[in-house]
Design a binder for this molecule. Sequence first.
Ligand code: NAP
Length: 234
Amino acid sequence: MSRHVIVTGASRGIGAAVARHFTDLGDTVVAFSRSGDAPEGCAAAMAVDVSDAAAVAAAVKDAIGRFGPVSVAVANAGITRDGLALRMTDEQWREVLATNLDGAFYTARAVLASMVRARGGSIIFMGSVSPFLGVPGQANYAAAKAGLVGLARSLAKEVASRAITVNVVAPGFIDTDMTQALGESGEQLTALIPMGRVGTPSEIADAVGFLASNQARYITGTVLAVDGGLSMGL
Ligand code: NAP
């Protein structure tokens, strides 16, 4: 049966691969991004800034009106604004927290009522290995991604009795626009990956697809690292 799937940050990179994963399965995918772009095959593409709570609530309401209750929500939208903590501006800190953590909360909150009524659903947050490794220059990003773990686990307990699962996928170093900018430090990071290569967006999408599937219905509150072994023991 076709599921109604909302993916944030679906215009490119990991989010686009996640959206494609679900459209390939025949699901009805609604793509959110700032630009409003989406991969071919999505049922709808909406320009939504996830850091705007009212905009997220309105877009989810619209999607539910058109496609019915949400079965799967993937809160993937994310940004980096790197800088050493000593020199990090309030703006760099707030922007990253607002998109990566507030945006994930707004998305989850907006879909929850429809999942509770349907007595089922999956929420997947796009985390990162960064809070487990510690990354100089990414105090804002690592703090936001660590926050997702607390959010996921608390929410998982709140809704477990309704057969709603809440999990975090923690990618390592994945080949997208976000990591293109790393240059030489990207090569240094790749050298630390036991599997010796960066990951692909579709390898992250496979993990998301699994957590949203029937095969994962007894998995909740977990953090699944998909990182070629970078964070073993996370
Ligand atoms: P990306 O290629 O830079 O894509 C980011 C996506 O997020 C775009 O679709 C962008 O939309 C969207 N977005 C950004 N701010 C938004 C906002 N305020 N409202 C709505 N959409 C917004 O990044 P990516 O590498 O695919 O990363 C996707 C997720 O994976 C992020 O949460 C990131 O932190 C996480 N992650 C990535 C890696 C990696 O190595 N790449 C590693 C660990 C975790 P527009 O196109 O409209 O700008």
